[in-house]
Ligand binder design. Structure first.
Ligand code: RB5
Length: 147
């Protein structure tokens, strides 16, 4: 099965590790990106690493976590081909797959308890994209070219 890259900054090391363990337990191949405990980093670097891997196809999906999820979602969405969705609950996680075909899921490590974060990931992975929204995604892709 295709690889999922999981990255974080220093604000979410514990949650990143929990997400990696959860995905491995689900049988997924995972690449982990981010600092060790006590090391401070700048989240655009980890977001770019994961987003570029998704955009090139080295990874099929990415999960990015910072304190709020806001910074990593802004950064990841700068990479053409990436649709990064910041989600806060199972409902937004499900819609991120169903309506937006999000290929990077962003979470706030300081906002979500671990069980809810893992539920969000499961909802996103287990929900299929509804193809009737494809023309809207095509318009988003066009923005990458035309501004
Ligand atoms: C880092 O302190 C914090 O700014 C970052 O984790 C994130 O919340 C940014 O959006």
């Amino acid at each position: 099965m295709a690889r999922i890259d999981v990255g974080s900054d220093h604000a979410a090391v514990a949650l990143r590790r929990a997400v990696v363990a959860h995905l491995v337990a689900r049988g997924r191949t995972v690449r982990e990106v981010g600092p060790a405990v006590g090391e401070r980093v700048d989240y655009p670097d980890q977001a770019a690493d994961v987003a570029r891997a998704v955009a090139t196809g080295d990874a099929s999906l990415g999960v990015m976590i910072c304190g709020t999820g806001i910074g990593v979602s802004i950064a990841a969405n700068k990479v053409p081909g990436v649709r990064a969705a910041l989600v806060h609950d199972v409902t937004t996680a499900r819609f991120a797959a169903q309506h937006n075909d999000a290929n990077v899921l962003c979470l706030g490590g300081r906002l979500l308890a671990e069980p809810l974060a893992l539920e969000c990931i499961d909802a996103w992975l287990d929900t299929a994209f509804e193809g009737r929204h494809q023309h809207r995604l095509d318009k988003i892709t066009a923005l990458e070219n035309d501004g």
